[in-house]
Design a protein around this ligand. Structure first.
Ligand SMILES: Cc1ncc(COP(=O)(O)O)c(C=O)c1O
Length: 353
């Protein structure tokens, strides 16, 4: 069979999204929460799931969950949309707004999914490349985003962990003729959100996720905040009944425990800064500053080897050397304090070889 006759070249030419793995005891490769939910909360969620009707479809637009998210962010219910992870929200926004040949402005490097989705729609990706220290060339970004139909800013950026200043975001919002999506998947660790700008800029859309600080990566849940005019349209590009009952219940109940997740985020931030400092004190290793729950690290040995050597100690990290500008780097997600200590010990032992 000649697959070219059937599938678009944009898809055929795309490498599949893969994740390199090893047998591990400690998982530091996907920026997840290192803590599972407390058993009491899991029991509460399970109990509620158990006591719903499984034979009926869920609420079409997750009304209760939306209401909670809106209240939490000081927005109206109809400014929120809920998706199967923030990935589904990106997909819906892209589908609703982008046609073949239209420009999407991205930082480079950044989260890989944006480019994958743009290619599916045959849009044209324009990159604003970060410098060697992963800082933004502000003039270049302002220039490139000006005429782009869509600009996506991951804040803090992934995989670099650096923060895009609010002033720059406002300048882009003012100068571009297009839409700006801010991906705030890790904002709980940086403390910077642009949610208060939503009512001031008609071209601003923000996405968030339950997969990181809220520890619900297994459930697939994310949300978008935007002007009502947009949410009405973008909802049309998500499949009916996209949010299943277990996801909606889990999302609603974790939002009743914000203090727990705030204290977890604070601990991760402390651990992150301690780790970066300790790694930089080990000869031959360099950890980049970060505002998220992960950071880039380079060593004397190439990233592929570093991935394998650290992996052979049972610690799974992310080899990001295929990302533009990241040739020398692996990415480490901040773990539990004892996991972080173990990684530091492994790095020290690698240095002794
Ligand atoms: C920057 C960024 N945005 C979005 C996502 C996707 O999150 P979700 O699990 O909500 O689809 C990730 C996941 O790793 C991410 O790193």
């Amino acid at each position: 069979m000649d697959i070219q006759n059937w599938v678009k070249p944009e898809v055929i030419n795309q490498p599949a999204y893969r994740l390199k793995t090893v047998d591990f005891e400690i998982k530091m490769n996907q920026n997840e929460s290192p803590w599972d939910l407390p058993q009491t909360l899991k029991a509460e969620i399970s109990d509620k799931i158990q006591n719903t009707d499984w034979n009926h479809y869920p609420d079409l637009i997750s009304t209760k969950l939306k209401k909670k998210i809106a209240k939490l962010n000081g927005l109206k219910d109809d400014q929120i949309i809920v998706g199967k992870g923030s990935n589904e929200i990106f997909q819906a926004i892209f589908t609703a707004t982008l046609s073949k040949g239209e420009e999407v402005c991205l930082l480079s490097p950044t989260f890989a999914v944006y480019q994958i989705l743009a290619e599916h729609l045959e849009a044209k990706v324009i990159n604003s490349t970060l410098n060697k220290s992963f800082e933004i060339d502000e003039n270049d970004l302002l220039e490139k985003s000006k005429d782009a139909k869509l600009t996506i800013l991951c804040n803090p950026n992934s995989p670099t962990g650096n923060l895009i200043k609010r002033d720059l975001i406002e300048s882009i919002l003012q100068e571009t003729r297009g839409l700006v999506i801010i991906d705030e998947a890790y904002y709980e660790f940086s403390g910077l959100t642009c949610s208060s700008l939503i009512d001031s800029y008609p071209n601003l859309l923000i996405t968030r996720t339950f997969s990181k600080v809220f520890g619900l990566a297994a459930f697939r849940l994310g949300y978008g905040m935007m002007p009502t005019e947009f949410s009405n349209q973008i909802q049309k590009c998500m499949l009916p009944f996209n949010i299943d009952v277990p996801c909606a219940i889990a999302g609603e109940l974790v939002l009743d425990h914000l203090d727990l997740f705030k204290s977890r985020a604070d601990l991760i931030v402390m651990e992150r800064d301690r780790m970066i400092k300790s790694i930089n004190a080990i000869d031959g290793f360099l950890a980049q500053d970060s505002t998220a729950n992960y950071f880039l690290m380079s060593g004397k040995i190439p990233p592929k080897e570093l991935f394998t050597k650290i992996g052979s100690s049972g610690i799974l990290i992310r080899d990001v050397s295929s990302y533009p500008g990241c040739d020398n780097y692996v990415r480490v997600s901040v773990g539990l304090p004892e996991e972080n200590l173990k990684l530091l010990k492994v790095l020290e032992s690698l240095n002794e070889i």
